[in-house]
Design a protein around this ligand. Structure first.
Ligand SMILES: *Cc1c(COP(=O)(O)O)cnc(C)c1O
Length: 393
């Protein structure tokens, strides 16, 4: 019987019988895993003997459990595998380095995570990997594709404008053109969106956000078919950007409440977004759960819920936005998202401080834009707090 995501979050990936009859998955800190004798070593390297780990950089048993749980949550086809990494960025970088070849071209959508774009634009370009940056839509992606395009990188929803890509259309276009697809679905999480079911090849998440869920660990994950993940894992063994056994344990622990947290955050996200949309000091709200959002129809079709990240423009300038942010008593002024504590920030300052107002406008980052990650507090309390803070605009 197929289990619900609530049950998978608690039990998936964890053997029922654990070492020392422990109820919870133990943290195994060993850096090496001895062989019984040389015969076992021969059998292991010939591939006719399955055993656990060999050396710590190639993985550890706690990491393996976290990977099995994450793969199960993604609900992909039979054989779906996951690779845990030290951060979301190391998942993206390791994946891209495993997939690119000199002379190939890749397509990346414009409002993708800034450091992903920087990696493609400034690092991969040095190795003769070309790219085109395009509008975050299937039409935008199609028009950017060239004969040597081998990979499409996108996000759904995107940051900060929460654009959603029609994944079924994207996957069928990419497959027809023999192009691999990579989606950063950090903002959606597998609770709200399961891209592999639409035929997307690889999903990455910053597990630092909703998956870890407590603003206290950094990790990343890439999920897809076993052959693809095995190839990326080979590179991981070289680069060594691995999550520690302790981090893997913290992630397993955080995931126990994943479905409960996401359900609450979806509900609060929608309520806060509706409150902001109706507020006279607010010019526009970007949240895929709102009918007014350009991608609402796509989001509604392919997502279970719409998450808890909201962007909104106030009727005021950058300084008025700072007054509002500073007046908030519940959300902290900080980057990141997805944890229990609500976080608020002005993208123009937090992510684009180094740019001039003109450059920010050219990049589509509005001066009056505010990004709010709704946490696990009561939505009523948050709304009351935001209301008093908006009075300062
Ligand atoms: C945070 C984030 C990342 C990077 O993850 P780290 O864990 O900080 O390396 C990548 N993509 C998105 C959408 C993110 O929000």
């Amino acid at each position: 019987m197929a289990r619900s995501i609530d049950t998978l979050a608690v039990h998936a990936g964890e053997p029922r019988d654990k070492a020392h009859d422990s109820l919870v998955t133990p943290i195994i800190l060993a850096t090496a895993y001895p062989f019984d004798d040389t015969d076992e070593l021969h059998r292991y390297f010939r591939g006719d003997y399955q055993r656990g780990e060999e050396y710590g950089r190639y993985g550890n048993p706690t990491q393996e459990v976290a990977e099995a749980k994450l793969a199960a949550l993604e609900c992909g086809p039979e054989g779906t595998s996951a690779l845990l990494t030290s951060t979301g960025m190391s998942a993206i970088v390791t994946t891209l380095l495993a997939m690119v070849k000199p002379g190939m071209h890749l397509v990346i959508t414009k409002d993708s995570y800034r450091k992903t774009r920087v990696f493609v634009r400034e690092f991969l370009a040095k190795f003769n990997v070309e790219h085109t940056s395009c509008e975050p839509s299937v039409a935008g992606i199609e028009s950017a594709v060239r004969p040597n395009t081998r990979l499409i990188i996108t996000e759904s929803p995107t940051n900060p404008y929460l654009n959603c890509i029609d994944l079924a259309a994207l996957a069928s276009f990419a497959k027809a053109n023999r192009i691999k697809t990579l989606i950063d679905a950090t903002l959606a999480t597998p609770f709200n969106l399961q891209p592999l079911a639409f035929g997307i090849d690889l999903v990455v998440h910053s597990a630092t956000k909703y998956l870890g869920g407590h603003n206290d660990l950094m990790a990343g994950v890439v999920i897809g078919s076993k052959p693809l993940i095995d190839a990326i894992r080979e590179h991981q063994g070289m680069f060594g950007a691995l999550a520690s056994p302790f981090t893997a344990y913290m992630l397993i622990r955080g995931l126990k409440t994943f479905a409960v947290r996401m359900r609450h955050q979806n509900e609060s996200g929608l309520r806060v977004a509706r409150f902001l949309e109706a507020h006279p000091k607010v010019e526009q709200v970007w949240y895929p759960g709102l009918e007014s959002h350009g991608a609402h129809a796509i989001a509604k079709r392919q997502m279970r819920g719409f998450g808890a990240l909201i962007s909104f423009a106030i009727r005021g300038d950058l300084v008025a936005g700072s007054r509002m942010v500073d007046a908030c008593q519940i959300p902290f002024l900080a980057p990141s998202l997805g944890g229990p504590e609500s976080l608020i920030e002005q993208p123009a300052l937090m992510s684009y401080y180094d740019k001039s107002p003109e450059e920010r406008t050219a990049l589509g980052i509005k001066e009056n834009l505010i990004r709010l990650s709704v946490g696990l507090e009561s939505a009523d309390d948050l709304i009351e707090d935001l209301d008093q803070a908006l009075a300062k605009v």
